[in-house]
Design a protein. Structure first.
Length: 260
């Protein structure tokens, strides 16, 4: 089978540039093609490098809304680029590029195993083991756990649904790009409801590699603070981060209610 990576990428300050350059050769070995939907506000050097990387790259227009509340639109757009640019691909992995860069750098064997297992269902939900989830700030763990609990009570599936990684058959990818209307982060849940309602098969895999990837871009700050835990504690000490995460959780739960 052929597997294509469909990824969104947003790097306005260039913090992900070195990791991208360092890991991309290995990443390309895992896929039969890579499609990236890049935000127009990403630094020019990132765009220039990806233009030379022999991938399918689409840069969104400047008026495209950016932010957590528009993630469904971006994620659907990345899958659409992959479908269009790789018309013979059988399977797709959707994953935000920062997450898959971390996955390939720190858990490459696991990523290979997970890609080999895509045939198990039309949609594979990649979540996090308890250890991987616990590497995130508490503001994220607490609020995403609420979404997971509501998803369990709505569907009966005790899955971690907020890690933004999905294995998709071509049928599932086509369904999402043609039938999903959820532009918000709620798409992390509503894609799954749509697939279930359309008779597609779904399965779940808990991973270590979807641990907290954000620290990869803040190694300098972690060094100054002395530890990854100190960085997470600083994040959790800011009530604005809790408010942002609560808003994301509320949006996802509202989408579940509207689409169940």
């Amino acid at each position: 089978m052929s597997v294509v990576l469909a990824a969104t990428h947003h790097d306005p300050d260039g913090r992900l540039y070195q990791q991208m350059v360092r890991t991309f050769t290995a990443l390309k070995l895992y896929f039969d093609g890579i499609a990236v939907l890049l935000t127009p506000t990403s630094v020019p050097m990132t765009r220039s490098w990806l233009e030379r990387a022999e991938i399918a790259l689409k840069v969104a227009p400047m008026n495209e809304p950016i932010g957590h509340l528009h993630l469904g639109r971006w994620r659907r757009g990345a899958v659409e680029v992959a479908l269009q640019e790789f018309p013979t691909a059988d399977w797709f992995l959707f994953c935000d590029l920062d997450r898959v860069l971390h996955w390939i750098e720190y858990w490459p064997d696991e990523l290979r195993i997970m890609l080999d297992d895509l045939l198990a269902a039309d949609v594979t939900v990649f979540g996090r083991t308890p250890r991987a989830l616990a590497t995130h700030p508490q503001a994220q763990v607490a609020t995403e756990s609420l979404v997971n609990e509501v998803f369990r009570r709505t569907t009966g599936q005790a899955w971690d649904v907020m890690a933004a990684a999905r294995g998709l058959s071509r049928r599932a990818a086509t369904l999402i790009t043609t039938a999903s209307r959820d532009d918000s982060i709620g798409a992390d849940c509503t894609w799954l409801l749509l697939a279930q309602q359309s008779g597609l098969t779904l399965t779940y895999r808990a991973t270590e590699g979807l641990e907290f990837e954000t620290l990869d871009r803040y190694a300098d700050e972690v060094a100054v603070l002395g530890s990854a835990q100190a960085w997470r504690d600083r994040f959790d000490a800011d009530p604005r981060n809790w408010l942002m995460r609560i808003d994301l959780a509320r949006t996802a739960i509202a989408a579940l209610i509207e689409n169940r």
